[in-house]
Design a protein around this ligand. Structure first.
Ligand code: MG
Length: 158
């Protein structure tokens, strides 16, 4: 049995906050406003994984009203989502993430991002794709107000 899922997330950008994407600290004077560490890419991936398994969404499983998740490293959230999938008999075949961010440029960090996600998931890095784009200065991403991420994931249950 195969299932596909998609996920989306957005976080506001502000000065003086840390910027985490795919579990990598991005060198930047700006970062993401969030209850957790604001890693939009991991949040989108978690929702794609949960969506494929029809197991709800990241907001249900890790409520932003809970102190337990305040400032939490999103790699922990991803690890817990993967454990939930495995408990339900699912394995990840591949995932593909697109990050829309105007600044800073993150293309050079993509190999580290893929390694970071693959390590948490326990998958080969060839199964994990990360792509970065700007929005040509259009919209809230283009004005540097926020960062968006989309993810798709394919799961298999034997
Ligand atoms: Mg989020």
């Amino acid at each position: 049995m195969y299932r596909i899922g998609q996920g989306y997330d957005v976080h506001r950008i502000s000065e003086g906050l840390p910027m985490w994407l795919c579990g990598i600290r991005v060198p930047s004077t700006t970062g993401f406003v969030a209850h957790s560490d604001g890693d939009v890419a991991i949040h989108a991936l978690c929702d794609a994984l949960l969506g494929a398994a029809a197991l709800g969404d990241i907001g249900q499983i890790f409520p932003d009203t809970s102190d337990e998740f305040a400032g939490i490293d999103s790699k922990i959230l991803l690890d817990r989502v993967m454990a939930l999938l495995r408990f339900n008999g699912w394995e990840l075949l591949n995932a593909d993430i697109t990050i829309a961010l105007q600044s800073p440029k993150i293309a050079s960090l993509v190999p580290d991002m893929r390694e970071s996600l693959a390590a948490v998931i326990g998958a080969d890095v060839s199964c994990i794709s990360v792509k970065a784009t700007t929005t040509e200065r259009l919209g809230f991403v283009g004005r540097g107000e926020g960062c968006e991420a989309w993810a798709v994931a394919m799961l298999r249950k034997k």
